[in-house]
Design a protein around this ligand. Sequence first.
Ligand SMILES: Nc1ncnc2c1ncn2[C@@H]1O[C@H](COP(=O)(O)OP(=O)(O)O)[C@@H](O)[C@H]1O
Ligand SMILES: Cc1ncc(COP(=O)(O)O)c(C=O)c1O
Ligand SMILES: [Mg+2]
Length: 290
Amino acid sequence: MKRTPHLLAIQSHVVFGHAGNSAAVFPMQRVGVNVWPLNTVQFSNHTQYGQWAGEVLAPQQIPALVEGIAAIGELGNCDAVLSGYLGSAAQGRAILTGVARIKAINPKALYVCDPVMGHPEKGCIVPQEVSDFLLDEAVAMADFLCPNQLELDSFAGRKPQSLFDCLAMAKALLARGPKAVLVKHLDYPGKLPDGFEMLLVTAEGSWHLRRPLLAFPRQPVGVGDLTSGLFLARVLLGDSLLAAFEFAAAAVHEVLLETQACASYELELVRAQDRIAHPRVRFEATPIGL
Ligand SMILES: Nc1ncnc2c1ncn2[C@@H]1O[C@H](COP(=O)(O)OP(=O)(O)O)[C@@H](O)[C@H]1O
Ligand SMILES: Cc1ncc(COP(=O)(O)O)c(C=O)c1O
Ligand SMILES: [Mg+2]
């Protein structure tokens, strides 16, 4: 029998609704991965409501929890670490120490970094020191990096002029450490207004994917966290990076269709669970080169 992969997921938890681990854990489990959720913050709701209650996890808790898993002899079973929304830069450094500890026991373990940064225009609120940590330190250790366009711009220090410019910006990141870059949301001058586009960039090749842009009165949150989580889950289950990319796009689109049909602001993950596991839609990524 094939072994079920194990994944340590270090990102936010919201009591109500879906963002961070609250967007990604159930879908990753639903496609067949054992998830170890480690919550960097516990907030009442995501920050795009503009107000929330709750606390940031003390950074020293991250190594303490990782050592607790080592002490029961299970740390070597960890196949990957996924990091997302962080409450402080100290938490980020504690995660990198944890990644090094896990890779020392299991050199095949992957580190996937979704570099969630604060953006005033989007309403996602993250401390500035976290963005600095992601730009300078996390990128060097990440096996895969999953930025959105705004985060890609921050890494490049500029905005793109075209789709090929986005590709060049993502390719430049490969030289800084990651083996693959998944740009979860593209925005560039000349982009067709009715599409939602993504890029997968690896040393072996690059692919562009377009799916329909759906209309929402308020943009749902947690879509990026869902995308990175499902992409990694499918890689751990044995998909190629390209297959995992196409799967994540299809499953996320299914969730958005259900969310739109319910006129819900929060992602309808429970209702969409069968469609997450078995997407009915398929989007083919096309090779793209410079
Ligand atoms: N097919 C789609 N139609 C409409 N909106 C979408 C679609 N897919 C994703 N979105 C929205 O696009 C935005 C992507 O957010 P962005 O900040 O760029 O990425 P991330 O969620 O990774 O941080 C989100 O507001 C999400 O709700
Ligand atoms: C607590 C929390 N976690 C994670 C996110 C990231 O969500 P998304 O996947 O939409 O970038 C947000 C965005 O506001 C958030 O408030
Ligand atoms: Mg995001």
